[in-house]
Design a protein around this ligand. Sequence first.
Ligand code: NDP
Length: 325
Amino acid sequence: MTCLRAQITGLGGPEVIEWVESDIPAPGPGEVLIEHSAIGLNFINTYHRTGLYPVELPSGLGLEAAGRIIGVGDGVSGYAEGDRVAYMGPGLGAYSTHRVMPADAMFKLPDNVPDDIAAAAILKAATTEGLVERCADVNAGDTVLVHAAAGGVGLIMVQWLKALGVHVIGTVSSEAKEAAARAAGCDHVIRYDHEEIAPQVREITGGAGVPVVFDGVGKDTFMASLDSLRPRGLLVSFGNASGPVDGVNLGILAQKGSLFVTRPTLMHYYATPEDRELGIGRVWDMLGSDKVKVTIGQSYALKDAAQAHIDLEARRTTGSTILKP
Ligand code: NDP
């Protein structure tokens, strides 16, 4: 049996994704060998492919996947062959049929979380947990703004916030995405493909603005996000789907109401074993119950990863996407 994995030797469009066949690797000390059953697609994968997030070439692609342990290296305790696991890094290479990973990067899957759901959502739900429960101070009764509310992170975040008793205004770019955002619980939806965001937010909030904006769109929504905040509100700018935010004059934060901006990344919220245990406990609680239902809007064969990138970047996807080996 062989292993198939994606590799990039240069940066660029989806066409730089190549496929390499090799022998199945053996786990070394402290490592496990996983046979993937599903791999998660994430907008971050496109940043690695284009070089927006630096990678050392040649490189694999993909951060998150789920599957079964089929080999255990020396010195590993707590994991055995047959265990169902998922992971969300470290390192790139999840676009593969098999992968050797550090055992301490694994999360055991609860019985009520299927592999496809885990692959589709582990990184996106952990991101949501970190941002909603530990980065921003969001309280029941608050009204917050979530951009790209029908995206992978978006649909999870909307439901998570609703489970906490928060009112949610979501932005989306199409009628179908509006329906998905409303089904996830959005109280208000702004069609930012043709509606101005900030005036709508002011109208919905009686002129006050929102205390928190969750913005994974980046460049195109940055100013509207600031203009939607109430004085001393917080912009959680956590992604770059439309391009990175740069060249900011900090003075605008004063002019627009002594605002706060943070640019968080998951790894700093899941840095210690205690953070990982706490965070993933909340993730399994939300995904394993009816509180957050994961929408797998698209599923592609692993070898069609380039097409999945094309569709994700063209805003044609809704909810989460998985690649199947
Ligand atoms: P999504 O499924 O949300 O896809 C991105 C969405 O962004 C699109 O569907 C689209 O929704 C919207 N969008 C707006 N403008 C553009 C544009 N110019 N090009 C493409 N899309 C655009 O992706 P993910 O759920 O995988 O990721 C969401 C965000 O979360 C990303 O920015 C990602 O980088 C970030 N992220 C950050 C993490 C962190 O640790 N900070 C961890 C994980 C993800 P619409 O058509 O409705 O506008």
